[in-house]
Design a protein around this ligand. Structure first.
Ligand SMILES: [Zn+2]
Length: 419
């Protein structure tokens, strides 16, 4: 860790960098953008000839032009080999010089590769801690960090002042009980599905921890799950970090509302309707691997009302899942009808006692619905819900195939997905 970079970033973000108006923020972003574009044209071979005005990138472009894009001379195949080996051995310590390599856990089939320099890791750790540490007490926290894969990026948080213990989400929550009970984390960070399992273990009395802060990461936090976690951990709220390999994109404020981290990333909004948009992100500080006008697949739902916390950063009501999670049905004329994941979720939420669930679309006429406490009544109730939705949205009701819910621990939890 670069202590100087860490401290400078931490102090700036925690206490100094304040924007009292949207205009002040935008002026700051304009300066940062200009500096970033100049950096890219100088250091990234891909941008040496200039940056086209309509340039956009996504995961596929990133992977295809990896060698020309990155500014540290990293070879894609070599980096991929290193990252895959780490996944196989579950030993995530090997690095290439000071560059850490990781795989993004995309469910879309093609994998993304991400690299970070020591300086970037120090800045990332400082930004996360500056935004997420509870007010007042800064030192002596014990953080329990549940992740699919460890990475030097995350280990950077660990220091003499703050302890961080990595827990592998590849293993069931049960297997972490003993260590958690001994470690007694003051801050618990985990994907929503893991938090839910831990919440149940605490409810049953087997998990005896009392974290001051519980932070959901990496997966979409469903409203019902959030409430169950709040009750089990006896907290007023569950915090959220919206972190992708593309950057530290958003986190919840003192009022429990999610805001984009517009002091770190510049977000262009591609609107689908009045409130929903796909973000196009530029991470000013990402130098080893350019993130410039990068298209994310998540749908964000904006909240236009000012937040009581006073922040001028865009307020996000919720993250709605990936673009491939929009379901496409057919109407009587054979035309496609798009349905947002929220509506599918709602069908499931209306039926009592389902517990864990997952809905996947096989085709425009077939859905697989996996639920935890399966029964004839619940299946009938769900069938009615989907018939109602089909009538409301004017599409042909799909055939529902019911299954028992089983959690695949090796993949990100997606409640609503297409196959
Ligand atoms: Zn706020």
């Amino acid at each position: 860790m670069q202590a100087g970079t860490f401290l400078k970033t931490f102090i700036e973000m925690r206490w100094l960098r304040r924007f009292d108006s949207r205009q002040a923020l935008e002026a700051y972003q304009t300066r940062q953008l200009a500096a970033y574009r100049a950096f890219l044209q100088e250091k990234s071979p891909y941008f040496r000839q200039g940056i086209p005005a309509d340039f956009r990138m996504d995961k596929a472009l990133m992977m295809r032009h990896f060698n020309q894009l990155n500014t540290v001379g990293m070879d894609r195949d070599e980096a991929l080999e290193l990252a895959l080996e780490s996944e196989r051995t579950r030993d995530f310590s090997p690095m290439k010089g000071e560059i850490a390599v990781g795989l993004s856990s995309g469910t879309s089939g093609h994998r993304g590769l991400f690299i970070t320099s020591e300086q970037e890791r120090s800045m990332w750790a400082a930004a996360v801690l500056a935004k997420m540490l509870p007010p007042g007490k800064l030192l002596g926290h014990r953080i329990a960090f549940f992740l699919r894969a460890d990475n030097a990026l995350y280990q950077t948080v660990h220091s003499a002042l703050i302890r961080l213990q990595y827990f592998d989400t590849f293993q069931a929550a049960e297997q972490h009980l003993e260590l958690l009970n001994t470690y007694q984390p003051s801050i618990l960070v985990a994907p929503a599905s893991m938090l839910l399992e831990l919440a149940k273990l605490r409810q049953s009395g087997r998990l005896n921890i009392a974290p001051q802060k519980v932070i959901s990461v990496a997966e979409i936090l469903e409203e019902a799950d959030r409430q169950a976690m709040e009750a089990s951990f006896e907290l007023d709220r569950i915090d959220q970090i919206y972190q992708a390999t593309e950057g530290f994109l958003a986190c919840s404020c003192a009022c429990g509302q999610l805001h984009l981290n517009e002091d770190i990333v510049f977000v262009e909004k591609n609107y689908l309707d009045e409130g929903r948009f796909y973000p196009l992100i530029t991470d000013f500080k990402r130098r080893s691997q350019p993130i410039y006008r990068y298209e994310l697949n998540d749908i964000l739902v904006e909240n236009p009302d000012p937040c009581p916390c006073g922040s001028v950063f865009t307020r996000i009501d919720r993250i709605e899942g990936r673009s491939d999670d929009i379901f496409v049905f057919e109407n009587a004329a054979g035309e496609p009808v798009e349905v947002f994941p929220d509506f599918i979720r709602r069908c499931l939420l209306f039926v009592d006692g389902i517990g864990e669930y997952q809905a996947a679309q096989l085709s425009s006429r077939q859905l697989v619905i996996a639920i935890e406490h399966r029964s004839r009544e619940r299946e009938a109730a769900l069938t009615r819900q989907f018939q109602q939705l089909a009538a409301d949205k004017d599409f042909l009701a799909p055939q529902l195939i019911f299954k028992d819910y089983q959690r695949d621990r090796s993949r990100k939890l997606k409640r609503i997905c297409r196959i």
